[in-house]
Design a protein around this ligand. Sequence first.
Ligand code: AMP
Length: 279
Amino acid sequence: MKIARTKRELSEAIKGLRANGKRIALVPTMGALHKGHISLIDIARKHADSIVASIFVNPLQFGKNEDFNIYPRQEKEDLEKLNGANTDIAYLPGVDEIYPEGFVTSVIVGKNTDILCGRFRPGHFDGVATVVAKLLIQALPDVAIFGEKDYQQIHIIKRLVTDLDIPVKVIGAPIIREKDGLAMSSRNAYLTPEQRKTAVEIYKMLEDFRSRLKDKETIQALIKWGTEYLLGKGFTEIDYIEVRDSETLELIEKIGNKPARILAAARLGKIRLIDNIEV
Ligand code: AMP
């Protein structure tokens, strides 16, 4: 595995792969890698010959009072995991490499960035869109893999590559969960053992929500139920529980025959957890 820390090193390493006719996949991450991240690399391999995984904790996508400074950073372990997953290039740029002195441009996707997580994290998706656009332009991969754990993010990135004519295929990958159902996340490391037990309730709520929808309970009643359920289990704040069209992210009031997604975000003290399931 080659390690690139600068744009130039990345581009040299990619040139080498391209010279050998390789199809390239990019897997962007913020590190603190877990099995969810590794699953993206495994999926990437089905679509490409060579894999570039990036690790960059992007300051632009964190709000002022969010966890940028304490976000887990564990480069040595991450590099071992990437190597173990047969990654070809690990790209670990520093903040100055991505946002050098004088950087003032941002990419703003004009729809669906102020709903769901965007409502509670203003500017978050501008930061995501900007860094993803830069990483795609730097690596120019054939495909890029993103997890459905961040469902809204995939939607926004698909819009971004279409609108900016970035020639890459964006592929979504299923959510990898712990044995009890909690969606894997680097942020789960913040949970105390007691919070960890409560955390899984968000997934249990989503599953119950889905089965009660099938029993014809209304979405409105289930949102009320889900909110009370999570608060009763120890969540301190519910940012949202919503049902949206899987493709367009339009709000759905009644399940029809189009695919829908139940999405939720809730807080355990300072820790914010998100999850979603398909209906
Ligand atoms: P992050 O490091 O949290 O920015 O995530 C990097 C990529 O991994 C994103 O595309 C995430 O959606 C994806 N990802 C994170 N957690 C999971 C998971 N549990 N299952 C599948 N993909 C995930």
